[in-house]
Ligand binder design. Structure first.
Ligand SMILES: Nc1ncnc2c1ncn2[C@@H]1O[C@H](COP(=O)(O)OP(=O)(O)OP(=O)(O)O)[C@@H](O)[C@H]1O
Length: 585
């Protein structure tokens, strides 16, 4: 049993603790500011008392002290603002980086279960709520915490009876704040979930804007958006109503305290138990305390929001899913990769997927994977790419069992071109260079030639420096696919995985690219998934998948003689080519 003492620490402590030095400076500035501010009413009271006694000289001296303390309070406030707001910016930066690093360290499967809009909302809105809590919220809290005791001491020292009478209304206020804070935290959690749903919805609508317009779905999407928006507005209004109680409650309490001060304090003055100067000082103490106490409600609000935001950020950081292994210096093996799958399978809950499957890929071999729609080609390539873990069986790379320790090495040696080519909104040159930073101009043009993209690039006014827009929007589907292939080729990979990577390219260009590839890929093992028989014929071996199982395997010539999927689509595609040939001639 763990017998170590458990100390309660506020949720934000671990965020500000790494910046203890700045926090200490901020706290010192805050104490300096509060001490000085608390003494201002004291000197004003002394000045009034001196006037009461017609001691002009003493009154002037007290007023000078008052000015000095006011100046100190101003300087302290300036230093406090700069250090504590700076601290919250450090917290924000650190938290964004931590989230970003953690997201980049997550495997493929994590993103299949997450929504981009939601992740973006955690990186944006939630980090912002935490910044507001650890900046303005903490500043206000520290200021109140340092001002309150000093002012109380001065009040108690002037008149304990009046001090207790004036403070009593504030204890009711504290109880009110506690209750409001509790309710508002629950509402805030709901608001942040709805805000993230709104973000996800808008992200999907904007990304799929062409589909929305082409299908005339605008009205439907707007209606759904409005519904979410309405829910968010309803909760935010509820929250505003709750927070709206803070100010009137504080103002009422301050007013009540002022009433007690005038009624009871006035009586004490009339009875001669209190000087007019002390009463003036008490008025000043109340005024000094009023704003920090009223702002307690505001900072409580910021802390509630921040806590809800922090919970959502931690849900991502502490997601129990796996993390990818870290980067370490790699010694890449030379020569083409050898891979082997034995009784390997990866099946989803629905039963779809691949396996159990046996497959040997000797170094330098070329395998075509064919099969109908949904037969498991992509999953097989993802398993070979190390993007998906197998649930049963074994996968080896160069005779070594594939595991977390081999993943980075494997990835450094592969070129993977998925069905949907993804380009960054950079220039063509920068997109290609992602394959191998530091590639020479000649190397860039060589891969452009292999994928038959060199003519197009020469015709572009900005050539290789043409910016391709978000996800490569200024290029056609076929151009995007060829750029993605060129990027993979630039790595001179040990294993090249092409997942229907030229499906948007016409057959003639595809044949030319595959011819070029044959000469280019001397030290590479190739696996390509395709629907086209003539592409498969360029490989040494063909694997036919059906419902995730290997149903046929052999050379293209052998399979063409066997009854089955391959010979059937070969007949259809040959017929199609003949008809197209006749139509052209
Ligand atoms: N993330 C996933 N979750 C659940 N099922 C999936 C997932 N990805 C793929 N599947 C299912 O696994 C099966 C194989 O998918 P896969 O993408 O490998 O097919 P494919 O042979 O590449 O098809 P296509 O030729 O249409 O690209 C499909 O039935 C698909 O619905």
């Amino acid at each position: 049993m763990d017998r170590s003492p458990r100390y309660w620490t506020p949720w934000w402590w671990k965020l500000v603790a790494p910046h203890r030095r700045i926090l200490f400076l901020g706290l010192s500035a805050s104490v300096l500011c509060s001490l000085a501010a608390a003494w201002v009413p004291f000197w004003s009271g002394r000045a009034v008392h001196a006037l009461e006694l017609r001691q002009w000289h003493a009154s002037r001296r007290d007023l000078l002290w008052m000015l000095g303390f006011t100046l100190f309070a101003g300087i302290g406030r300036y230093l406090m603002r700069n250090t504590l707001i700076g601290l919250s910016r450090e917290v924000e930066k650190r938290q964004r980086e931590e989230l970003y690093d953690s997201l980049l360290a997550r495997p493929f499967s994590f993103y299949e279960q997450s929504r981009i809009g939601d992740l973006m909302s955690r990186m944006g809105d939630d980090v912002n709520t935490v910044r507001m809590a650890t900046g303005p919220g903490l500043m206000s809290l520290l200021q109140t915490a340092s001002l309150l005791p000093m002012t109380l001491v001065l009040m108690l020292q002037a008149s304990p009876r009046l001090a207790l009478a004036v403070i009593t209304p504030f204890t009711f206020l504290a109880a009110g704040f506690y209750l409001i804070g509790k309710w508002s935290h629950r509402i805030q959690q709901k608001i942040q979930v709805v805000t993230s749903q709104l973000n996800t919805f808008s992200h999907e609508t904007i990304s799929g804007e062409k589909v929305v317009q082409a299908f005339g779905l605008e009205a439907l999407r707007v209606a759904e958006f409005e519904e979410l928006s309405r829910t968010q507005a309803r909760m935010s209004i509820r929250q505003t109503i709750l927070f709206g109680a803070y100010m009137p409650l504080s103002a009422f309490t301050a007013g009540l305290a002022a009433l007690v001060l005038v009624a009871y304090g006035g009586t004490l003055v009339l009875r001669g138990a209190l000087t007019l100067g002390d009463l003036t000082a008490f008025t000043g103490y109340l005024a000094t305390l009023a704003w920090p106490i009223m702002s307690l409600g505001w900072s409580a609000n910021l802390f509630q929001r921040g806590r809800a935001g922090q919970e959502r950020i931690e849900a991502v950081l502490n997601d129990p899913g796996a993390f990818l292994p870290g980067h370490a210096p790699l010694a890449l093996r030379p020569g083409p990769a050898a891979m082997e799958l034995r009784a390997a399978s990866h099946r989803f809950e629905s039963g779809r997927g691949i396996g159990p499957i046996d497959l040997a890929l000797p170094p330098g071999s070329r395998l075509a994977v064919v099969g109908g729609i949904g037969s498991g080609k992509t999953i097989l390539l993802q398993v070979l790419a190390g993007l998906r873990e197998i649930q049963e069986g074994t996968l080896t790379l160069d005779g070594r069992a594939m595991g977390a320790d081999l993943l980075r090495e494997h990835w450094a040696g592969i070129g993977w071109v998925p069905q949907e080519a993804f380009l960054f909104s950079l220039s063509l040159r920068e997109n290609l260079a992602l394959g191998r930073p530091g590639a020479t101009e000649e190397e860039l043009w060589e891969v452009a030639r292999v994928v038959c993209l060199d003519d197009l690039i020469r015709r572009l006014p900005m050539g290789l420096d043409t910016v391709v827009g978000e996800r490569g929007v200024v290029l056609s589907g076929g151009e995007r696919q060829r750029t993605a292939l060129a990027r993979a080729l630039l790595r001179k990979p040990r294993l090249l995985l092409l997942d229907d990577a030229l499906s948007a390219v016409d057959s003639e260009t595809e044949s030319r690219i595959l011819d070029n590839l044959r000469a280019f890929l001397v030290d590479t093992t190739l696996v390509l998934a395709t629907h086209r028989v003539f592409v498969a014929e360029l490989c040494d071996r063909v694997l036919v998948l059906e419902d995730g199982n290997a149903v046929q395997s052999g050379t293209a010539q052998e399979l063409a003689q066997e009854p089955g999927h391959f010979s059937r689509i070969k007949r259809l595609q040959s017929l199609e080519r003949e008809i197209l040939g006749e139509a052209v001639s």
